[in-house]
Design a binder for this molecule. Sequence first.
Ligand SMILES: [Zn+2]
Length: 327
Amino acid sequence: MINSYHESIMRIYENIRNDEKTALEKRKEEIQQKVPEVIAIDNNIRKLCLELAISSMKQVENRDELLKQLRNKITDMRVKKSELLVANGYTQDYLNLRYKCPACKDTGYIGSSKCSCYRQKLVKLYYKNSELSEMLMDNNFDNFNIEFYSTRRAGEEPESPRRNMEKIVSKSINFIKNFSSSSENLLFYGSSGTGKTFLSHCIAKDLLDKGFFVVYRTAEELMQNLRSIRFENNDAIQDLLVSCDLLIIDDLGTEQISEFSKTELFNILNKRLLKKSKILVSTNYSLKELLSIYSERITSRLFGNFSLCKFYGDDIRVTKNMHSIKP
Ligand SMILES: [Zn+2]
């Protein structure tokens, strides 16, 4: 799917196969030194297999009988080879090729479709040197502390920040659980410092660990990408933004807002929604503010196709600092 990575991944498979070939040669050399009969038998098996292949194509008298004899000979030799290996302390498959992924024999493909190990390689490759993989070391569900949210109701909100957050977390966990089957999108909105970015990182981490392709962009980075798609025909980025399993747009509203940015934002949202590819948007703005910043086209997409999650409460970054100051 992400075309620009395809070649690199195919090279990784090629290297795996070459490494294994080299390793097998080494194992053969070792056996040649220690149990040379095994290699002699192995060579004989190869000759007989060749003979079998040739004979099966030839029209000779008693062909079936001849083929049967050859097959029996090969089986006998294979048994002998295994017995010798085991008797000398080796496993019986010591001289077979070993695969990291037996399903696709380290080719990445089963027939014409991609093996599941292909996708894992894609995700790994993409995140190898990215900032996100660093952020996710800390920002994940293991470090999520619900106690930073107050149990006291304040203002006009119907529930305490903690109760509200518990609901959002459980919604997020369901989002991850049903990721393959549902087409739900999430809009995290509300005042700054209430954990929107942190929670979106937690979701990204869990999905990446499951092998889904997550692309994370701040709204400003997304705009830079969209400019490079429009003005530099950057197809690789276009492919990435449209085809990834989840696109996270963080801090919507902090990008430079222009007619261009609004049109391109609309286009990318639309493309993904049409493909039922999921999106998670977070913003510090209220729904009313979003309405006044963006066109009706964008807000109707956001409000109509996303599950809305309102974050509220005290600024967690302040609360966290106060906790760390206390003796
Ligand atoms: Zn595989």
